[in-house]
Design a protein around this ligand. Structure first.
Ligand code: GYE
Length: 331
C-alpha cells in the first residue's frame, strides 16, 4: 500500500501536469484568435493625383494599423492595367480581402470574376464600377454619394444666382477623370438641379482629369474662348480649382467675385480659399474611408453579411456660413 505522502506527491504532480496542459491550450486558443483577427487586405490605390488622394492613402495606412489589419498596398500610377495587375497579384497571394479604387467604371469584370473564383471578397473603395458589372462580383462599396455631391453644388448655385446680376449666367464645368464614377455622377447630380432653368447657360465642359495642372490649362482655354461670358465655374475637385484660380488671376479676373466658384472635396487649402472669398462654395467629399473599409473587411473575412453600399454623411461649406469653428480638415 502506498503511503499517504506518496499519494499526495502523485496528486500534486498530476495537478501540475493538468495545469500546464490547460495553460498550453489557452495559449494556443489565444494565438489562433490573434491570427483570426490579423487579416491580410490587398489594397490597390490609383495614384496621387490630388491632395484628396494623398489624404485617402494616408488614412488607409493609419486605419489599417488602428484596426489591426495587415495591409498590402500597390500604387497603380493612374493606369488601369497596373491596377488590374495588382489585383491579380493579391489573388495569387491569397489575401483575405481585396479592396481597390476603380479608376474608371468599366473593364473590371474579368478580374472580379477571378477574385470570386478564388473565394476572395472584394470591396470597392471610394469609386464605383459601372452598373453593367454584375453586383454579385463585389461584396460592398464604401465611398461617397457623388450624385448627391453634384446636387449639393447645384443647390448652392440656385441660391447664389438670386443675388447675381445678369439675365443669363454662363457656366463652365471642369470635370474629373473621364469615365470615373465621381466625374459621371457629379455631373449628373449638378445638372439634375440646374438644367431646365433658363437663366443658366452651359458654355462648355472640359476634363481636367482631377489634376491642378490640367485645371489651369483648361481654364486658360475657356477664358480665351468665352472671356467675360463666364459667370460661374463648377469644378469637380479642389485640385483643378486651384489651377483654374491661377489661370484667372494671371489675367486679372478676381476669383469668387468676377467668377463664382463651386468646388468639390473640402481640402484644407480650399476651405482657406473659401475664407479668403476666392471660392464661394466647397462641397465636402471625405477621403477618410479607412475605418469603414477595414471594419467591413473584417466582417467579410469572418463570413458575415455586410451592407452593400455605405456612404459617409457629407457637408457643404459656403460663403454664407460661419466657418470660424470649423476644425482642421486633416487633408
Ligand atoms: O474628388 C479627387 C480625387 O475619387 C472622390 O478623386 C475621388 C476623387 C476626388 O483625385 O480629388
Amino acid at each position: 500500500m502506498p503511503g499517504r505522502t506518496a499519494v499526495l506527491k502523485w496528486g500534486a504532480l498530476l495537478s501540475l501536469l493538468l495545469f500546464i496542459l490547460l495553460l498550453g491550450g489557452c495559449r494556443r486558443q489565444e494565438e489562433s484568435q490573434n491570427d483570426a483577427e490579423e487579416i491580410l487586405v490587398g489594397f490597390a490605390q490609383i495614384g496621387s493625383e490630388s491632395g484628396w488622394r494623398i489624404g485617402n492613402t494616408r488614412d488607409m495606412e493609419e486605419a489599417a494599423v488602428r484596426n489591426g489589419v495587415r495591409l498590402m498596398m500597390e500604387d497603380a500610377n493612374q493606369k488601369q492595367e497596373n491596377e488590374i495587375r495588382a489585383l491579380r497579384s493579391f489573388i495569387a497571394y491569397n489575401v483575405d480581402v481585396i479592396t481597390f479604387v476603380p479608376i474608371v467604371e468599366d473593364g473590371w469584370t474579368n478580374v472580379l470574376q477571378e477574385a470570386k473564383q478564388a473565394g476572395i471578397p472584394v470591396i470597392l473603395s471610394d469609386r464605383l464600377v459601372s452598373e453593367d458589372v454584375d453586383p454579385d462580383l463585389y461584396s460592398a462599396y464604401i465611398g461617397a454619394d457623388f450624385t448627391q455631391e453634384g446636387r449639393n453644388a447645384g443647390t448652392f448655385l440656385l441660391k447664389k444666382a438670386e443675388e447675381m446680376e445678369g439675365e443669363t449666367l454662363g457656366i463652365v464645368e471642369l470635370t474629373g477623370t473621364k469615365d470615373s464614377s465621381p466625374a459621371i455622377q457629379r455631373e449628373i447630380g449638378f445638372h439634375e438641379v440646374i438644367d431646365g432653368n433658363a437663366r443658366f447657360v452651359m458654355l462648355d465642359q472640359m476634363s481636367g482629369d482631377f489634376l491642378r495642372s490640367k485645371g489651369r490649362e483648361c481654364m486658360e482655354q475657356l477664358i480665351e474662348r468665352y472671356g467675360d461670358q463666364i459667370d460661374i465655374l463648377y469644378s469637380h475637385n479642389d485640385a483643378m480649382t486651384y489651377g483654374a484660380i491661377e489661370a484667372m488671376e494671371a489675367v486679372g479676373i478676381v476669383p469668387g467675385r468676377d467668377i463664382v466658384i463651386i468646388s468639390v472635396d473640402g481640402e484644407q487649402e480650399a476651405i482657406d480659399l473659401l475664407r479668403e472669398g476666392k471660392i464661394n462654395c466647397v462641397v465636402e467629399c471625405t477621403p477618410m474611408l479607412g475605418d469603414l473599409v477595414f471594419d467591413i473587411a473584417k466582417r467579410l473575412a469572418a463570413g458575415e453579411t455586410v451592407p452593400k453600399m455605405t456612404s459617409p454623411k457629407e457637408a457643404v461649406f459656403t460663403e454664407y456660413d460661419d466657418l470660424s469653428d470649423l476644425p482642421p480638415r486633416g487633408y
